[in-house]
Ligand binder design. Structure first.
Ligand code: SF4
Ligand code: SF4
Length: 444
């Protein structure tokens, strides 16, 4: 049985798309605004270096990677090679695609059986664009080919107002070509702070119209819409991440979340994970269907398993989700990880508060006081870095007075750049100086 340790939602640096969906918040949205985004950006690091940075040994086990562009993912010319390299390490790779780049799908369908069993394709079903571009037949042929090749997959339509008038046709196309209805996702205004629904219809009407697809994906997104997550401790940054493939920037979550570490260089340095904790900056979980149902980032939240949101049983008895994916989508990543102690939660929350120039709270202050007292008994401590965390910690340490033990420890407060800073400090310091990230101070 496969156990997945972490989930990485990877941003693929491609803006190019062969479609112009009216509800698109990425490629099309930029075109409408008269911008001409770069078509794609080659990876800064070689694929060998990137995948050496992502070995199961470094990540603590086999992981699930989702690859998604700001346009059509398969139009990034290096993405298939990157996916294959991850698969060869034993990871699971899901790819979001509009299903029309046949050469890429063919390539994946021709990989060996073990690798194929670790591939999942989310076939986004852009019905009106497929019609306009006369690609409907090719799209369904690609879905069928992937299914027959043993890839796991799902077919997902955007429940947009513009699709409402085509619902009957869409259902008919699904039944004729798939034998089942597709799943649904709700369009939303990603640029607004409340990430509101993108529908002009009254909500009850919108929900009623789309309920005919009986999509648990759609239902779960509705169930968590508007539920602010700051009351919970979220393990984004430890069990789930957003990873920019162009730069190696590993973040706790999307947009306003903080950087855990730049992970594609100095790869011998372990990754020092730090959770988002109580600092979720979204109006509701940005992708609750994945982060709850697959990752369990808030372990106390009850949710269906991800498999229920993605699978369909076909009339011939086969299913979209195959055996290996049943293992991982029928469980949550939280089952394969230990939760933090109360002290670790208080500590990581406090560090994220300081990073964002907020007061970290009394419990954190007490914890740091105790820790610094313990450390000054053994070490002469100094903090390295700039900014709020550094100044706050230095002040704490100076207050403690004597700090002149023979053994030295340097605590780096700029944890996102720790892997880059540590070798520089090692060059300049005595051989026996300990150099640690502020993230780990609680565990010293
Ligand atoms: S296929 Fe995806 S990226 Fe391309 S225009 Fe449609 S929604 Fe946007
Ligand atoms: S959006 Fe979801 S995964 Fe991200 S920080 Fe908020 S609760 Fe956690």
């Amino acid at each position: 049985m496969y156990k997945v340790r972490r989930f990485f939602d990877c941003q693929v640096p491609v803006n190019r798309c062969n479609f112009e969906c009216d509800y698109c918040t990425v490629g099309q949205w930029r075109k409408v605004n008269g911008e001409h985004p770069t078509q794609y950006t080659p990876f800064k690091y070689s694929i060998e270096q990137m995948t050496n940075a992502l070995t199961p040994e470094r990540l603590g086990g086999v992981c699930a990677f989702n690859l998604c562009g700001n346009g059509e993912t398969f139009l990034h010319p290096q993405i298939v090679e990157f996916a294959e390299a991850l698969l060869k390490q034993g990871h699971f790779v899901s790819i979001v695609s509009n299903g029309t780049v046949t050469s890429a799908i063919d390539y994946l369908c021709e990989l060996d059986e073990t690798l194929r069993s670790h591939i999942f394709i989310k076939f986004s079903f852009h019905y009106t664009e497929l019609l306009k571009k006369n690609l409907l037949k090719q799209y369904f042929a690609n879905v069928k080919k992937a299914h027959q090749a043993g890839l796991s997959l799902t077919v997902e339509l955007v429940a947009s107002d513009s699709n409402v008038e085509y619902i009957d046709e869409i259902k008919q196309a699904c039944m004729e070509n798939l034998g089942v209805l597709c799943h649904l996702t709700d369009p939303r205004l990603n640029t607004a702070s409340d990430i509101r629904h993108l529908t002009e219809m009254p909500m009850d009407e919108h929900l009623k119209i789309w309920s005919q697809f009986e999509s648990k994906l759609f239902d779960y997104r509705q169930a968590t819409w508007g539920d602010n997550r700051q009351k919970y401790f979220c393990y984004g940054g430890v069990w789930s991440f957003n990873l920019a493939l162009g730069s190696g920037k590993l973040k706790q979550c999307y947009r306003n979340s903080d950087t855990v570490q730049f992970i594609f260089d100095n790869i011998e340095e372990p990754i020092h994970f730090i959770p988002r904790g109580h600092h979720c900056s979204f109006a509701h979980c940005f992708n609750s269907h994945v982060f709850d149902c697959l990752c369990g980032v808030v372990p106390e939240i009850q949710s269906p398993f991800y498999i229920e949101l993605r699978n369909r049983k076909l009339p011939d008895g086969t299913e979209w989700i195959k055996e290996a994916y049943k293992d991982i989508y029928g469980h949550r990543i939280c089952e394969n990880n230990d939760e933090y102690s109360s002290a670790e939660k208080v500590y990581s929350d406090g560090i994220i508060s300081l990073l964002n120039e907020k007061e970290p709270g009394e419990d954190f202050e007490k914890l740091v006081d105790i820790k610094i007292s313990e450390l000054t008994n053994i070490y002469s401590i100094s903090f390295y870095g700039e900014g709020y965390i550094h100044d706050w910690m230095e002040k704490k340490c100076t207050k403690k007075g004597e700090n002149d033990a023979e053994k030295k420890i340097i605590i780096v407060t700029d944890f996102a750049n720790f892997a880059q800073i540590k070798p520089e400090l090692l060059n300049k310091s005595d051989v026996d100086t300990n150099i640690v990230s502020i993230v780990d101070m609680i565990r010293l």
